[in-house]
Design a protein around this ligand. Structure first.
Ligand SMILES: Nc1ncnc2c1ncn2[C@@H]1O[C@H](COP(=O)(O)OP(=O)(O)OP(=O)(O)O)[C@@H](O)[C@H]1O
Length: 298
């Protein structure tokens, strides 16, 4: 399947500081991709590069087969909802839909109006008078009704209460299923990523720590516990993300593409949250020295 987002040695520098560097990605179409990482990791920078709001300092990025924002056709392929869910404060909800219809050649007016009705938003209400969560829903409606090939959402649920967050993610998944759309969304909430996404990118300190199919990541990461072993007698062939020891016991979080047969270890599965946290806390040096981007091999 063709890539919906492809980056090669992509980097963005603000003055002397790299916000994103050495970023290689090849994301297949049709995925819902969760982009996670701590504050300041470079998530918005990557999403702004993908939407064409920023231009790279180094490397290249391609979305839906073209350079981001390069012309009308390319703009129509990508929907972008920025972190602060921008809307026009003095325009009404209905004005936003009219604007969407005029600006987007593939606009789905029935979808937009139906969604606004279901959300209970008053079409006459000005966006400036909506709550933060309602504004986020309006912005998502505009993004979905554009019927893009790729919808990019920068922390879309940050302003929503837990129930609205769940509904929002549910709506998003329905839209993906109905309209064959790819989605890249950033979030601090691993539970939302776990529920809605099938692919993940973990960014830490301006670098991609790990990327791949969530199913593959879960299948290839394990917790091993066994009698205490010295660090230099740890098994070879495993990629050790972390090792902790008590007087009697050693616990390893590992990634491996093959089964662990050593009867000295008790092997237990790791959830996505544990995997993400293990990669987030890996020292940056370990990432640079590891094999390419730790991409999960299929
Ligand atoms: N316009 C800018 N000028 C200078 N530095 C910037 C600018 N935008 C971002 N940065 C810096 O680039 C780095 C990455 O920022 P970015 O906003 O991409 O992170 P993020 O992962 O989206 O963070 P958060 O989760 O807090 O939204 C940070 O160190 C930030 O201070």
């Amino acid at each position: 399947m063709s890539a919906v987002l492809r980056a090669q040695a992509l980097g963005k520098k603000y003055k002397q500081r790299w916000a994103l560097r050495d970023c290689d990605l090849d994301i297949p179409a049709g995925r819902v991709v969760g982009l996670v990482g701590p504050n300041g990791a470079g998530k918005s920078t990557l999403l702004n590069l993908a939407s064409g709001l920023l231009t790279p300092t180094a490397g290249t990025i391609e979305v839906c087969g073209g350079r981001p924002a390069a012309g009308v056709d390319q703009l129509a392929k990508v929907g972008f909802v920025a972190q602060d869910t921008p809307t026009y404060a003095s325009l009404s909800v209905a004005d936003h839909l009219d604007l969407g219809r005029h600006l987007n050649p593939t606009w789905d007016d029935a979808l937009a109006r139906d969604r606004i009705r279901r959300l209970g938003l008053d079409p006459k209400q000005r966006a400036g008078k909506l709550s933060g969560g309602q504004r986020a829903q309006l912005a998502l409606t505009l993004g979905i009704a554009k019927r893009p090939q790729l919808l990019i959402l920068d922390e879309p649920v940050a302003a929503l209460d837990p129930l609205a967050r769940r509904e929002f993610m549910q709506d998003l998944m329905e839209a993906v299923a109905e309209h064959e759309m790819s989605v890249v969304l950033s979030s601090h909430l691993v539970s939302d990523v776990e529920r809605a996404c099938d692919y993940v990118i973990v960014l830490v300190d301006s670098r991609v720590q790990v990327t791949g199919d969530i199913e593959d990541l879960v299948a290839s990461h394990h917790r091993l516990t066994g009698p205490r072993r010295d660090p230099d007698t740890l098994p070879t062939g495993l990629h050790i993300l972390s090792a902790s020891h008590t007087e009697r016991q050693t616990t390893l979080l590992v990634r491996t593409d093959t089964a662990v047969h050593d009867p000295g270890w008790t092997v237990s599965p790791l959830g996505l949250e544990d995997i993400i946290l293990a990669h987030m806390t890996r020292p940056a040096d370990a990432v640079r020295d590891s094999r390419p981007a730790l991409e999960v091999l299929r």
